[in-house]
Design a protein around this ligand. Structure first.
Ligand SMILES: [Zn+2]
Ligand SMILES: [Zn+2]
Length: 395
């Protein structure tokens, strides 16, 4: 398995303009409008050690152990347009909760596919070419192609890692960052003094590509022309956890930030499992996900909804992301402890509003399985196996 070391002390600047002078500007993480937990408001006890901040569309910041992962960066504003393929243009209706230039320091981007409502023209132009991105082989081809990117635009991207469905890579987080460093954690730090013990643990996030399909199978002769507008897409499984202890005392210092390494040492105990659906319809391929899980539970699902329909709201020919009914079917298939819908109401061609999903969830009596986040809100959770776990919070 490929390994990628993410060391917050050696971050690559997210933006080209930040790279001038070689310094990562230390902006603070955005202040959430409100903070939610599994059963309503977050406990406030400090027991939660990880979070998801919803920016808009499929853009979120996942934070754990001092590492911040940005998903599907889309930072256009209401009234801006994206080009999604031949003859397909969409208008954004919402604003991101944070602007691209106000983001806190980040470690890696997870990009589900190369669509402009997930990786827009502003992002494409502004990002530092050495910032690590994990994505599909198709998107890697686009982002690294020198044909498309002149040096004026920043040139091709240089740190793109591609994963196919069910292929995995390991993000290794060097020890010593401490839980939620830089954040105010007034309580729940009773065990932070046990530094010797903590140092022996490897903090890891295993990322696995999950299947996804924008287009339903079967003959699509009527809409053949539209197929140029639907790139291959991934979902993701993120397994947050801890690897085995180190053999020696000191961390080996030879690993380069942003370098991939092959390693035999691929084990990690999962403390929290997050499934991100990506832009997919409810297709047969998704049934392989429970098989892959082998009875292991999904704690959190980020569900891309929207009922996105192309080529335009006025000519709705082909639905390419799940509507409310399909979202419900995926919830039943994957059976996560918590589902958070994202990718809704942001573009004019998202024809299925979030309210439709709320309705089917009510009818299915599944309200206690869904947490609704507005843009700018944060969900906090506890990763099992951490040193500050109180027995009552371990499920
Ligand atoms: Zn898409
Ligand atoms: Zn999309």
């Amino acid at each position: 398995m490929k390994h990628l070391t993410l060391d917050p002390s050696k971050r690559i600047p997210l933006l080209r303009e930040d790279a001038k002078g070689g310094l990562v500007q230390e902006r603070k993480p955005p202040e959430p409008k409100s903070i939610k937990g599994r059963y309503g408001p977050a406990s406030g006890s400090g027991a939660e050690d990880a979070s998801v901040f919803f920016i808009g569309t499929a853009t979120t910041i996942l934070e754990w152990q001092g590492i911040r992962i940005l998903t599907d960066p889309n930072f256009l504003h209401a009234g801006d347009h994206v080009h999604l393929g031949p003859g397909v243009t969409a208008e954004r209706l919402t604003n991101p909760a944070v602007d691209l230039h106000d983001l806190p320091p980040l470690d890696v981007i997870l990009l589900s596919h190369y669509h402009a409502d997930h990786f827009d023209q502003l992002v494409e132009k502004s990002l530092h070419r050495d910032f690590p991105i994990i994505t599909t082989p198709h998107a890697k081809g686009c982002l690294t192609s020198s044909e498309y990117k002149t040096e004026d635009d920043g040139g091709p991207f240089r740190a793109i890692h591609a994963l196919d469905a069910f292929a995995s890579m390991m993000l290794d987080i060097p020890d010593g960052q401490g839980p939620n460093e830089g954040e105010e954690t007034s309580e729940g730090n009773e065990n932070r003094g046990e530094k010797g013990e903590k140092k022996k643990r490897k903090t890891r996030i295993k990322i696995t590509g999950m299947p996804g399909k924008h287009v339903p199978p079967g003959p699509l002769s009527i809409v053949n022309d539209l197929l140029g507008a639907v790139p291959p897409t991934n979902g993701w499984m993120l397994e947050l956890g801890y690897g085995p202890g180190e053999k020696g005392g000191e961390e080996e210092g030879e690993e380069e930030e942003g370098e991939e390494q092959e390693s035999e040492d691929d084990t990690a105990k999962t403390g929290y499992r997050i499934y991100i659906s990506g832009d997919t319809l409810f297709v047969d391929e998704l049934k392989k996900i429970p098989e892959w899980l082998k009875q292991q539970r999904v704690d959190l699902m980020l569900l891309h909804l929207g009922g996105t329909t192309i080529p335009s709201p006025k000519m709705p020919l082909l639905m390419v992301t799940m509507d409310a009914e399909q979202g419900l079917r995926l919830m039943r298939l994957v059976d996560p402890d918590v589902t958070i819908p994202i990718h809704y109401d942001d573009y004019d061609m998202f024809l299925t509003p979030l309210d439709d999903f709320k309705k089917v969830i009510e009818e299915g009596k599944l309200e206690d399985k869904v947490v609704y986040l507005d843009r700018g809100e944060q969900f906090r959770f506890k990763v099992r196996g951490g040193l500050s776990a109180s027995p009552s919070s371990v499920l």
